[in-house]
Design a protein around this ligand. Sequence first.
Ligand SMILES: Cc1cc2nc3c(=O)[nH]c(=O)nc-3n(C[C@H](O)[C@H](O)[C@H](O)COP(=O)(O)OP(=O)(O)OC[C@H]3O[C@@H](n4cnc5c(N)ncnc54)[C@H](O)[C@@H]3O)c2cc1C
Length: 483
Amino acid sequence: MSVSLARYFLHLGVSSKTASTRTRSYGFLLLTPKTARRTTAAIHTDKPQKPSREELLVVVGGGAAGVYGAIRAKNVAPNLNVLVIEKGKLLSKVKVSGGGRCNVTNGHCADNLVLADHYPRGYKELRGSFFNMHGPVDTMSWFVDHGVELKTEDDGRVFPVTDSSSSVIDCLISEAKCKGVSLHTGKVVTCASASASGKFLLKVEKRSLNFVELVEADYVLIASGSSQQGHSLAVQLGHSIVDPVPSLFTFKIEDSQLTELTGVTFSKVIVKLKLENVQRNIPQLTQVGPMLVTHWGLSGPAILRLSAWGARHLYSSGYKGKLIVDFVPDLHIGDLKSMLSQQKNRFAKQKVLNSCPTELRLVKRFWKYILDREGLVGDTLWASVSNNSLISIAHILKHCTFEVKGKGQFKDEFVTAGGIPLSEIHLNTMESKIQPNLFFAGEVLNVDGVTGGFNFQNAWSGGYIAGSSIGRLAGNANLEGAM
Ligand SMILES: Cc1cc2nc3c(=O)[nH]c(=O)nc-3n(C[C@H](O)[C@H](O)[C@H](O)COP(=O)(O)OP(=O)(O)OC[C@H]3O[C@@H](n4cnc5c(N)ncnc54)[C@H](O)[C@@H]3O)c2cc1C
């Protein structure tokens, strides 16, 4: 802990008994910045005394949104004391993100309206000022300016050229330290309240040591991701929570023959999700893109996008539904039927399994799967395939139906839909509409994006806007204090 910030903490006990006893009366034991200044004055005799009153921002959560927001606040208001409290390790999700490479943002969405459409929760609200204030281009510039070289892949995903998330983590931590942000790990903010004077009182616990600390803060930024503890703090401060449900997951399909195709990829399919509890046609429940067969079902960008747009409906249907896949989306069914007829005529004496129409560009294993679904043995000669069978094969390729039986775990990316409703936040400042000087950023909000760097972009944008707003408020307070 830096010397100058140690004064904001009051250690209330070292045994669980003591801690819990003292906690009840913590209001009396509070060490305020004002009284603390006197206790630490001697330490700073070689430094000029600051003329203004000192203010404290506490950031709950040392993830992407919290650390980025903390750096920004300190940049705008260098005299503001900024304390990040993280219960685990700093930036732990950044570490594992993008398969360890960290897909920082997306470089293919120059238009903010197009960008906003990548957020199943937030697409309406984020069309406004949000990305104008700090969008993907600003994020990329920020990292490049701070020494992280980036590259944009063909699909728009942006990664550090090192292909290592450590580059992003090292940059953020060193910038935070360099700016004077105080980073505390292994501590949980467990309670929050606001006093009539507008200050916040936060209870901070270090469970392993049964330690309880109290902090009085002028500003609070809750950037606690999808954690329940973060939601609970928001509720204590007067906010409501949209129930959290998972987003970005694979579909579990029980089909032993499909399992044999594990690892087969399709560069472009159209997938359509039909759920019993959804009668109306929701355009986003149809997606186009790559798909992958996994050992227990279907995955890939098209499926993950479906899971995100259908997250709430899927949750309420118990993750059961029908998935209809068009494996040859660029071919009209009529053309497909003619193609199969021509194949029959040209290769009449060949076995169906060995002569799949090359235009379809299907791997043999998958062609066998289609023939099996039609009940055709691979040794059958094309000449013996009935016209009805040809029509049926065309239908299977265009409307292949799978029963979704559940939700899988996708290891590369996983986010939570739900959190603090955007209607309770001023999106141009990220300040609460309910509690002044309280701010939110990142996944704690009811915002989540599809895969491709959109979730981090929400964290960077929200953190930056919140940090800027807090910095401005603190800067003004400083000026007033100096007058
Ligand atoms: C495996 C995986 C891979 C991913 N890959 C990508 C990717 O490549 N690109 C992309 O855009 N998105 C990716 N995501 C999503 C992305 O990681 C999140 O959307 C993003 O991390 C959200 O940032 P955040 O700062 O809001 O929350 P988090 O990163 O979750 O940070 C919140 C922090 O707050 C701490 N915290 C919570 N409550 C408290 C409390 N009460 N007191 C103290 N600390 C607390 C938590 O420990 C946590 O460290 C991935 C997610 C996963 C799980």
